[in-house]
Design a protein around this ligand. Structure first.
Ligand code: SAH
Ligand code: MG
Length: 942
């Protein structure tokens, strides 16, 4: 049963199934267990125990945080699940089977419900409200039997649903229920007396003494008084949120205790918010009633300067004055008074859980370390789902619903179209899906691709945000996750910097295919500004970068960082590259050097992430990429927002004074446990001997020899593996140059080339003949005249890392401007992947285990992988445009057999002489240079 994944499609306007409603409310906290039941015939015919092969039936147990239900037996699993969901909804007072023919006046139902509340039987029931009734009977003197009206608004779903049907505004402001109760009160007179001024109700006729007796007897077995931690949220934003411990005497009424803490004499004017935080939470805000709660016409009016922005933000409706956040009250559970401590840490966790990246951080249990990834990769490097995060976000912010619409783009018979759910688009519109499969081109792809859009609506069903990604995916789930990731990333931008200029927000929306309704959006999230001020500090300090920006930033990290990074342990030479999966042990401590204080804030014994996706703090990733397996590192980092530290720390009582006294740092220790290379590297090494990279070197060497080449440029040299290998052979080469845009790659290349060139004695150097070695930082799509007219250009396994138009641009620039005598371009042969995957260890794959796997890319950083036909057509056109000839070859496997070489190569030869004069243009930056003439000759820009 797939509970974690999103339901295929949630269509607006369609009545939701019970299961869908349960999902919206409980997300993955709702757990369905289906079991088979075999109808036994033995009971009917005790003498004959012939095993009957009757149809197998299914029964479903639905476990929710507070209770569970078991359905009757059904022929289909589906029906059993729906039935269980239906039963649960009934229990929650949210039944969907309201029969239209017997529709009553909601006011009649309302009054009937109240009559039931004040009945004898109700007092002894398990209904959460009955706890208040029993407690009221223990109240002394005048207060005896008096029940605050506010509790009706929160304890009974039926009442709140009725209220919503009477006044839809209740949806956004549940406190309006109180005014509705007051309106209904006159119809109850005779049995229930209501005091509008005291906001309370009392049964007129006393309960029969035996009932009171049984209640009192039951309560007398109760425990002594209890101490509960709560949090006070002052309405003045300047005042900090503070922890409190309240004492609740066993014989008293808990709301009276909270009332006193709020400066009230008794419970009546205590208002109670809806639950805060998780769906199953009992945490609520308690605050004083003000007129705006009682008069619907005043609903939008904010009282004069008392608005409690933090509390209002948490609850989603306006709250004035100080508020107390506590987890206490009566529940469906048989224990009388439920309570739980709410610490300062709890408060901050709730707060950051309302931000898109905060929810991600919490779900990874790494508030400081984890970051909402800066790119989406279909590879599952995190066990959760972005879709769940969107669900959480919408629930926390009381948004109406989010609608995913999946568009399937079928080729030959795709998955069975789930009737109305899948809209089918014209396949002709698609040229290439995001996974680069030649959709519509090659015959082997016979599966549908999916695109998914998301819309988020307000409670009043106004469209607020819409995301329609252009990419399509082979898996429906990937399409949904991608859309969810895009919306989250966009929202995150706003939450980190709520005063971000509209234009910036819009242009960021363009990048992520997100559009939003400005007015609705700003109205909905208006409180963000006053509450999320703290995001701004991090927003500037470490701005969120997406995709290649992120990589550039990461590359730029090497070598700087302000303070020293201490890396210890022998270099095992297994260091993570882009796309590698790493597993680390880490701990982060708050340290104050001057006082020798050190407090653990966050740690993990096993934390996995993928390099290059931006799923951890930039500095952590930057350090890990400099480490090799089994090494450990220690470094200091700047303080993130205080709220993150407080949410992460186990014990805020020590941390808080430390933090406020200033002068603190975070010390981070990391041990690199494991490095798992991306599939490309693993496959290349596992299957071929010599490895493919070596075979490419040999291919290049062959042509160096053939042309007696003296100069070579490696376009996209990466960490310099080709250049380094060339130094192992005596060749005619005198000058070798590498170009790349990756600082990190260039730094490594400089390191290896430098040590190799300076290690070799002068004698061997001269036999090698290399006079000059140079590394440039620059993009190979841009011309630099210093690389003009070389003998050989190589560009190995690079173009697939660029967008297709960039790859074509590179092809034209290199042939028309750089004009090498020959150019060698290699790129993976997509058709060969089937074979590679067969030999590679099976990568874990969630939902399609049994089906034949469609090909994946060899490395998630690849923007495309071409079939032989695609590569040929690209290279032939390029050659024809630029007066080059081209021939095809490859390495790995056999070019004459299907499916061709593992890695395909195009060899371009210049036909004409190239023009002698070329305009000087220095666009690249020298990163490192070595000359044979001076002995210690490196000039280093590192
Ligand atoms: N040729 C190397 C590296 C291949 S990985 C080898 O065979 O080992 C691809 C490399 O292309 C990366 O180092 C990446 O930084 C580089 N690259 C991608 N786009 C580039 C561009 N526009 N200009 C320069 N280098 C680029
Ligand atoms: Mg590659």
């Amino acid at each position: 049963m797939d509970v974690g994944g999103p339901p295929a499609v949630v269509q607006k306007k369609m009545p939701l199934t019970p299961k869908a409603i349960i999902y919206q409310r409980f997300g993955s906290e709702a757990c369905y267990k289906v079991e088979e039941v075999h109808e036994s015939t033995q009971n009917e015919c005790p003498g004959l125990s012939i095993p009957q092969k009757g149809p197998c039936l299914y029964r479903c147990c639905l476990e929710l945080p507070d209770f569970s239900v078991i359905s009757e037996a059904f022929k289909r699993k589906k029906d059993a699940e729906q039935s269980a969901a239906e039963m649960a909804l009934e229990k929650l007072g949210m039944s969907t089977t309201t029969d239209d023919s017997t529709v009553q006046d909601p006011w009649d139902e309302f009054v009937a419900r109240f009559s039931y509340f004040f009945s004898n039987e109700f007092l002894l029931s398990h209904h959460p409200l009955s706890g208040h009734f029993r407690a009221a009977l223990r109240r002394e003197g005048q207060l005896n039997g008096l029940i605050p009206i506010s509790v009706f608004a929160i304890c009974d779903t039926k009442i709140s649903n009725l209220c919503k049907s009477i006044n839809p505004k209740v949806e956004s402001n549940p406190l309006l229920i109180i005014s509705l109760i007051l309106r209904a009160a006159p119809r109850l007179s005779g049995s229930v007396s209501t005091s509008e001024e005291q906001l309370s109700m009392r049964r007129e006729k006393p309960y029969p003494p035996e009932i009171i007796q049984s209640v009192v007897n039951k309560e007398s077995s109760l425990q002594e008084s209890i101490w509960v931690e709560v949090v006070r949220i002052p309405y003045l934003v300047e005042k900090t949120v503070e922890p409190l411990t309240l004492n609740f005497p066993s014989e008293g009424y808990y709301l009276d205790v909270i009332a006193r803490e709020l400066g009230l004499t008794d419970a009546f004017k205590v208002m109670i918010s809806r639950t805060i935080g998780k769906a199953s939470s009992e945490m609520r805000l308690y605050f004083c009633a003000s007129n705006s709660h009682l008069d619907p016409s005043l609903e939008a009016v904010c009282s004069k300067g008392f608005l409690n922005a933090r509390a209002s933000y948490l609850s989603g409706h306006l709250i004035d004055g100080d508020a107390i956040l506590a987890s206490i009250g009566y529940t469906w559970k048989p224990t009388d008074l439920f309570y739980d401590d709410v610490s300062l840490g709890t408060y901050y966790r709730v707060l950051i859980n309302m931000t898109p990246s905060g929810a991600y951080k919490l779900s990874r249990e790494a508030i400081l370390t984890a970051e909402l990834p800066g790119t989406f990769t279909a590879r599952t490097n995190w066990k959760g789902s972005f879709w769940n995060l969107i669900c959480t976000f919408c629930r926390q912010h009381h948004l109406f619903e989010h609608v995913f619409s999946v568009v399937s783009n079928p080729l030959e018979s795709p998955i069975s179209p789930e009737s109305h759910n899948l809209k089918v688009t014209d396949p002709g519109n698609e040229k290439m899906n995001a996974c680069g499969n030649a959709v519509g081109g090659s015959k082997q792809v016979s599966r549908a691709t999916f695109r998914c859009g998301v819309k988020i609506f307000s409670k009043s069903q106004d469209l607020i945000i819409e995301c329609s990604p252009k990419e399509s995916f082979k898996k429906q789930n990937a399409a949904i996750q991608n859309a969810a990731w895009k919306i989250l990333s966009w929202l995150d931008k706003y939450f980190r910097k709520p005063d971000i200029p509209l234009e910036d927000l819009m242009s960021f929306g363009d990048v992520l295919d997100v559009q939003f309704h400005h007015q609705q959006f700003y109205r909905k999230f208006s409180l963000c500004k006053s509450v999320n001020k703290f995001w701004q500090s991090i927003g500037t300090q470490e701005s969120r970068l997406i995709g290649s920006d992120y990589m550039n930033q990461l590359n730029g990290m090497v070598g700087d960082g302000g303070c020293p990074i201490i890396i210890e342990g022998p270099d095992s030479e297994v260091s993570p590259s882009n796309g590698a999966l790493v597993c680390i042990i880490y701990s982060i401590c708050l340290v104050k050097e001057t006082e020798y204080m050190k407090e653990l804030i966050e740690s993990s014994e096993e934390f996995e992430f993928e390099i290059g996706t931006g799923s951890v703090m930039l500095c952590v990733e930057g350090v890990v990429t400099q480490m090799s397996e089994h090494q450990s590192a220690k470094f200091y980092m700047n303080l993130p927002p205080q709220e993150w530290i407080l949410a992460s720390a186990r014990d805020t009582s020590i941390i808080l004074p430390l933090l406020t006294s200033g002068g603190c740092n975070l010390e981070c220790s990391i041990l690199l446990l494991r490095v798992t290379e991306p599939m490309e590297d693993r496959m290349e090494q596992a299957r071929f001997s010599p490895p493919l990279s070596k075979q490419r070197v040999e291919y290049a060497l062959q042509h160096i020899k053939e042309y007696c080449a003296t100069s070579l440029v490696d376009f996209g040299c990466g960490s310099g593996s080709l250049l380094e290998s060339l130094l192992d052979y005596p060749t005619s080469l005198e000058k070798i140059i590498g170009v790349d845009i990756s600082q990190k790659g260039l730094a490594r290349a400089a390191k290896v080339l430098h040590s190799k060139l300076s290690r070799s004695t002068d004698a061997t150097t001269s036999t090698m003949g290399i006079r000059t070695a140079l590394l440039y930082d620059g993009s190979i799509t841009v011309f630099d005249s210093r690389l003009y007219g070389f003998d050989i250009g190589t560009c190995l396994e690079v173009i697939e890392h660029m967008e297709e138009d960039q790859a074509s641009l590179f092809g034209d620039v290199v042939l028309s401007s750089f004009c090498p005598r020959i150019l060698i371009v290699s790129t993976p042969n997509y058709e060969y992947n089937v074979i590679l995957q067969r030999s590679a260890p099976q990568e874990e794959d969630d939902d399609e285990k049994s089906q034949p796997q469609p090909c994946k890319f060899r490395n998630h950083d690849h923007k495309f992988e071409w079939t032989r036909e695609q590569f040929r057509s690209w290279a032939s056109d390029l050659a024809a445009r630029n007066k080059y000839s081209v021939e095809f070859s490859g390495v790995g496997g056999d070019g004459d057999k299907e499916p061709g070489f593992a890695s395909q190569i195009a060899l371009f030869r210049r036909r004409d002489e190239c023009p002698r004069n070329v305009a000087v243009s220095h666009k690249y930056q020298v990163i490192w240079e070595w000359n044979a003439t001076d002995t210690d000759s490196s000039t280093s820009a590192l």
